[in-house]
Design a protein around this ligand. Structure first.
Ligand code: 6R9
Length: 657
């Protein structure tokens, strides 16, 4: 790997004064670099003491644990707080509803401005109990899986927590996925119940949610019940022998439902994510460890204080929504915003109107949204009262220094903490990020590890740890932390192979990384065949599989290409079957939208005669990448290429497209 850029030292940004001024700001929990170092060192050298203490402080246990950690990376038998028993919904709702029933738990900012709604902890408690009783009445039991395919409405949160109350496992499918993708996820997780809505609204557009569910369920005979929340009230198809209306069912139930007490290591949820294989993986998280990771990072990384309003703009269908809209905030008894719309609806000021209306204190979004708003210009930000903001955060992909500076200056007015947070579905919670109040920042660096995260940089070829401070390699972790995923649903072997056995003794993230002379980490992006479009993690293999379904396509190869707006964009190369002279590119695009969802749509499709392959038949995507980037003089070692004559026509095809 090239190390040229390691010589560039980026300027350190001081901790904004406002953050350290106790007359304007609550004193940060981690208020100095010494404090960070002390806590971090303890968490690494004595993880049992550190996490044992946190587990008692952050969680309510119905039965206390004795063992903090057992098992490890070798067999993937990691278990935290083994003998402990608890309930996630009790921890997120009941204890706050008892203490402060009128405190606002959720601020729902609906797609149309002005239709917002607030839900207190008392109300949330009753709603969760009612809906849990509905599910119980229809036969849902501890350990059963439930698919949730819902827009960003409070009832989605209620659905998560009602499952957790009964010890059931939720498998949330992002509501932008197509019916086929939904079908595959329902089948893989063996969900018998689906919770959905009549329609969704986003950016002024209607999404035909229930219809998509109906299409998916044509091939899911095991789904016996579908609960339909009425979001728009439009006429939608309804199958009376299977479907039930949310509003009719909850009226029948009383708002009390005892929580099912489960073991610390029982599953809390499955969430599908793309890996380098074509099939999405059902990443499984367990109750206690996941909740603890969410709770501790929420408090320390977002520097949560009583009275704060937390605005995470992600979708609940992604891990960011699970951890930092729902579980992290609610475990801490915080007020969390559920944002149904888009950054540009009805205008590019929507975020800032929302911040000033609800006096949001922590604002969290993705680089793709920041780049989009930067493109629209600062006039859409200026003039809005953003004085409530103390911290602004970014997640999902590397943030370019230009975008970081714009965010810091225009949104943060140089007086907010700015946190670039790096983590993954599999890590459950943030693993690299500045601690506001303690860690100085550099534009484009996620900076330092979170508590308990023992980061290492490995040489990708030898798997040896690179001990020098300045280093470049792949990112791995040496010790288990509480919110690490425990398995891939129904495929523990895949879990071991993907994360734990690739480099023996370490958890492997799949990301390339650099470390500068200050010990700051710079995430370079995926080293496997995963593309990141607007923070959506897509696998090249999955998109290729979708293209190949089309009757005229023989082969497909998909690559991620730099894109100013979306970070990466999907470019697809296809070869056609012998009898096909040409094909309708629109149909191919449609194919991807149908099988995966519109967010995976290729930006460009090139029809070529042949794909570059190694002699063993592996497609050389690296060559395709270079050709698209115009770096045809740097195609690298082509000695393994089986058919060197295809390069010329390939370059032509890209040029002429
Ligand atoms: C939380 C989330 C994980 C992948 C990850 C990496 C990329 C996430 C990042 C980042 C650079 C950041 N990623 N945050 N890259 N800087 N701050 O996004 O989870 O959807 O599983 O994606 O996203 O490549 O491996 P997930």
């Amino acid at each position: 790997m090239s190390t040229d850029h390691l010589n560039i030292e980026f300027a350190l940004h001081q901790i904004p004064e406002r953050l350290l001024d106790e007359s304007k700001n609550p004193k940060p929990h981690v208020h100095s670099i010494e404090k960070y170092n002390e806590l971090y060192q303890e968490s690494i050298s004595n993880p049992k003491e550190f996490w044992g203490r946190c587990a008692k402080e952050f969680l309510h246990w119905h039965k206390p644990f004795e063992t903090v950690l057992s098992g490890g990376f070798e067999h993937g038998d990691i278990s935290w707080f083994q003998e402990g028993q608890l309930n996630a919904s009790y921890n997120c709702v009941d204890r706050h509803a008892i203490k402060d029933p009128d405190k606002v738990a959720i601020i729902y900012e609906a797609d149309e401005p002005g239709q917002d709604r607030k839900i207190t902890y008392g109300q949330l408690y009753r709603d969760v109990c009612r809906f849990a009783n509905v599910l119980k009445h229809h036969g849902l039991k501890k350990g059963d899986t439930v698919a949730i395919y819902m827009p960003m409405v409070p009832e989605a949160v209620i659905a998560f927590l009602a499952c957790a109350r009964l010890g059931a496992v939720h498998s949330v499918v992002f509501a932008g996925f197509s019916s086929e993708a939904l079908r595959d996820r329902i089948k893989d997780a063996d969900s018998k119940i689906v919770i959905t809505a009549d329609e969704g609204c986003r950016g002024g557009k209607i999404i035909h949610t229930k219809k998509i569910v109906d299409d998916a369920l044509k091939e899911c005979p095991n789904v016996k019940r579908v609960f339909v929340f009425r979001r728009t009230g439009s006429d939608v198809p309804f199958n009376p022998s299977r479907d039930l209306w949310w509003h009719e069912e909850i009226e029948k139930q009383r708002p009390y439902c005892p929580p099912e007490i489960v073991n610390a290591e029982d599953p809390l949820f499955i969430l599908y994510t793309s890996g380098s294989t074509g099939k999405p993986k059902g990443v499984l998280h367990t109750v206690a460890g996941y909740l603890l990771g969410a709770a501790v990072t929420f408090k320390y990384v977002f520097d949560y204080h009583e009275g704060d309003v937390h605005g995470c703009m992600a979708d609940i269908g992604w891990i960011t929504g699970h951890t930092y809209i729902i579980y992290g905030p609610l475990i801490n008894g915080a007020t969390t915003v559920l944002f149904e719309s888009t950054p540009i609806y009805p205008s590019p000021s929507r975020y800032w109107e929302t911040v000033s209306k609800h006096k949001i204190t922590q604002f969290y979004t993705a680089p793709t949204a920041i780049r989009l708003l930067r493109k629209y210009g600062r006039e859409h930000v200026d003039g809005h009262d953003l004085s409530s903001l103390r911290l602004i955060g970014s997640v999902g992909e590397p943030i370019q220094p230009e975008a970081w500076e714009w965010y810091n200056e225009v949104v943060g007015r140089n007086e907010c903490a700015i946190i670039d947070t790096y983590w993954q579905t599999e890590t459950g919670s943030i693993i690299i990020s500045p601690f506001p109040g303690a860690v100085m920042t550099k534009a484009g660096s996620a900076t330092v590890p979170s508590f308990g995260i023992d980061l290492v940089i490995l040489d990708p070829l030898t798997g040896q740890e690179i001990k020098e401070t300045k280093a470049e390699g792949v990112l791995a972790i040496r010790q288990p932390w509480p919110s690490i995923a425990r398995t891939v649903y129904n495929n523990h072997d895949l879990y071991l192979r993907t994360y734990l056995h690739r480099y023996k003794g370490y958890y492997f993230t799949g990301d390339g990384v650099g470390r500068d002379s200050d010990g700051y980490y710079w995430i370079r992006g995926r080293v496997d065949d995963v593309i990141n479009v607007s923070g959506h993690r897509l696998s090249t293999a999955e998109i290729e599989a979708a293209l190949i379904i089309h009757p005229s396509v023989a082969e497909a190869a998909v690559i991620g290409v730099h894109d100013d707006l979306t970070g990466q964009a999907v470019h697809a190369f296809t070869t056609l079957k012998p009898h096909c002279e040409s094909t309708d590119l629109g149909e191919l695009t449609l194919q991807v939208r149908k099988v995966i969802g519109s967010f995976a749509t290729p930006k460009k499709i090139y029809v070529v005669k042949d794909l570059p392959k190694t002699r063993s038949g592996k497609i050389m995507r690296r060559v395709l990448r270079k050709v698209v980037d115009g770096e045809t003089d740097q195609l690298g070692d082509l000695s393994t290429l089986s058919n060197p004559t295809l390069i010329g026509p390939l370059i032509e095809a890209v040029k002429n497209s």
